[in-house]
Design a protein around this ligand. Structure first.
Ligand code: TA6
Length: 312
């Protein structure tokens, strides 16, 4: 972004000593936030949170709670690999209705579009960043609906993510969504994810067959599960980094859990082959049969709350 446009953004939104807009990777603008409770970074591209480092009880910054691939693209039209991609207005692949229609990007277009920075506000020991995305003639070619999305990110001792979608058109629509969070872990083969025992899920590695979770989730191979009809809070136990990450959610009926394993990582150009070991995707979402219908004027807010607790 041109220096004057970053200067203009800072003139409107910077909070001295707390928040500023700076040049990120490949010159993409990012918001850098530092408070006594945490630091974080959010790219305007995709409203993509790429870093959150809360302070540990001893006051020192924890290891980043989010994973970011060292091979990530930072380019218009491409999603950043890691952090918290916003999957909207659909999750997963979507086939074009007609043969001559443009191919549709996996996980929608919100994560590959520049969002508007609406506000940065200081609230106690936290900073609230508000970004928005509205339908345009360009988005209509991919998804023929009028909408406004507002993303509120509260950065402090916890990370609060709120994605509010409003139907601004004259006709109802239905959408699916996910906050596709890459939680940074020390060794994916050692982690345990608790909270989904006995929950039904669709196994995307086995033709989306419906199965039942037995006990905690562990990663021994490429794992890609869509847990259904669950509002459960989850706990990610990470012995290698000696910490526990908790994920609470509101107005979310599904949770996606993904780790590509060595096999899946080698197929991703924007992920180094060994990086699958350093993240667990746990995604507050509303996907498949749990899509969200909105009548004109209606809104829906998906919320995810992350906390990270180091072990003494
Ligand atoms: O969230 C799981 C998933 O849907 C997997 O199937 C895998 O495709 C992953 O998302 C990453 O998708 P991406 O389009 O970011 O490569």
């Amino acid at each position: 972004m041109s220096p004057d446009s970053i200067a203009a953004l800072n003139a409107r939104h910077a909070l001295p000593g707390l928040a500023a807009i700076i040049d990120g990777a490949n010159g993409l603008p990012k918001i850098h936030v530092t408070t006594p409770a945490a630091s974080a970074e959010i790219y305007l591209h995709g409203a993509h949170v790429t870093s959150w480092r809360p302070a540990a009880p001893n006051g020192k910054a924890q290891d980043d709670v989010l994973f970011l691939s060292r091979q990530s693209h930072f380019a218009p039209g491409k999603a950043i690999r890691g952090g918290i991609p916003i999957c909207f207005p659909w999750f997963g692949p979507k086939s074009a209705k007609l043969p001559d229609e443009p191919s549709l990007p996996q996980h929608g277009f919100a994560r590959t579009t520049a969002w508007t920075l609406d506000a940065i506000q200081h609230h106690g020991d936290a900073v609230l960043v508000v970004l928005s995305l509205a339908s345009t003639p360009a988005s209509h070619t991919l998804w023929p609906h009028d909408f406004r999305a507002q993303y509120r990110v509260t950065i402090g001792a916890q990370l609060i993510l709120q994605l509010e979608v409003t139907n601004t058109g004259a006709a109802p629509f239905t959408f699916t969504e996910a906050l596709h969070t890459y939680h940074h872990v020390g060794d994916a083969t050692q982690v345990r994810i608790a909270g989904l025992d006995a929950t039904h899920y669709l196994d995307n590695r086995d033709g989306l067959r419906e199965k039942t979770q037995h006990g905690d989730i562990t990663f021994s191979a490429h794992t890609d599960n869509i847990y259904l009809d669950t509002t459960a809070s989850l706990t990610l136990h990470d012995p290698a980094l000696a910490r526990t990450i908790t994920i609470d959610k509101q107005h979310s009926s599904t949770t996606v859990v993904w780790n590509p394993g060595a096999e899946g990582a080698s197929a991703l150009a924007d992920m180094a082959d060994e990086e699958w070991q350093y993240f667990a995707c746990i995604e507050a979402s509303n996907v498949r049969n749990f899509a969200i219908p909105l009548d004109p004027g209606q809104s829906h807010t998906l919320t995810a709350i992350l906390r990270s607790q180091p072990h003494p």
